[in-house]
Write a protein that binds this ligand. Structure first.
Ligand code: C5P
Length: 230
């Protein structure tokens, strides 16, 4: 099967309190998004990449990213799921409807080549697809509105959902369109597939695959990337 990547990069990143969206902040000699894109551009089985950026985004084109495979740039939307949908529609001219698509946040620059490979190999013959994830480590509490503990949640069944999330192009596009049309809150691709009655597979990956969200995440990402180069 063929694989494509979709990179939603149209967020504003307000929690970073920075002068530009977090995907364009400097990280280990490049920008966040260049690290993220690099993982997919260098993987030999990824046929091409679609990136969703904000309309009028002045940053992406200034990076001068060159690629040895198709790199399609599309407009993002109001929410992450709209950005993903636009990118999937942009891929429709290049890809087969049953090709695999790896949807990966621009803000997760620490995805390792090895985790990407594990995900692709584990799911390549799967009937549904799935996501990289990691079991929760801490004890989980359910809170009351006034900040007291209502219950301790059984963590043995809880996982943290990461990206990439890997599904076939047309089934994913249809699941997202249907979920959005019916007003379902789509927080990731898997949730749209679940809404369609499917059970995506959880593939365990490294907890280093963090999403850059707050200022303290950048030095942590820098550390992970530097340690791999050492
Ligand atoms: O805001 P958050 O960290 O959850 O965003 C996850 C990813 O989705 C980021 O890479 C961000 O750029 C992207 N995004 C998008 N379009 C939006 C909102 C977020 O592509 N409307």
């Amino acid at each position: 099967p063929r694989f494509w990547a979709v990179i939603p990069a149209a967020g504003v990143g307000s929690r970073m309190q920075a002068d530009r969206p977090k995907q364009y902040l400097p990280l280990a000699g490049e920008t966040v998004i260049q690290h993220t894109l690099g993982v997919f551009l260098r993987h030999p089985a990824v046929a091409g990449v679609a990136v969703a950026i904000s309309a009028g985004d002045p940053y992406f084109h200034r990076l001068g990213i060159t690629a040895h495979k198709p790199l399609r740039v599309v407009d993002g939307g109001a929410e992450r799921c709209h950005s993903v949908l636009n990118a999937l529609r942009g891929l429709a001219e290049l890809a087969h409807p049953q090709d695999w698509v790896l949807v990966h946040d621009a803000a997760r620059p620490c995805l390792s080549d090895r985790d990407l490979e594990t995900l692709m190999q584990t799911l390549r013959d799967d009937p549904v697809g799935g996501i990289l994830a990691t079991p929760v480590r801490d004890t989980k509490k359910r809170a009351t509105p006034d900040g007291r503990i209502a219950a301790t949640v059984d963590r043995s069944q809880l996982w943290r959902a990461f990206t990439p999330q890997m599904f076939r192009l047309d089934p994913l596009r249809q699941a997202l369109e249907r979920a959005l049309a019916q007003g379902f809150l789509v927080t990731d691709e898997a949730s749209a597939m679940e809404y369609a009655g499917l059970a995506p597979r959880l593939v365990e990956g490294s907890a280093e695959n963090i999403k850059i969200t707050r200022p303290e995440d950048l030095p942590l990402a820098e550390f992970y990337l530097a340690r791999r180069r050492a």
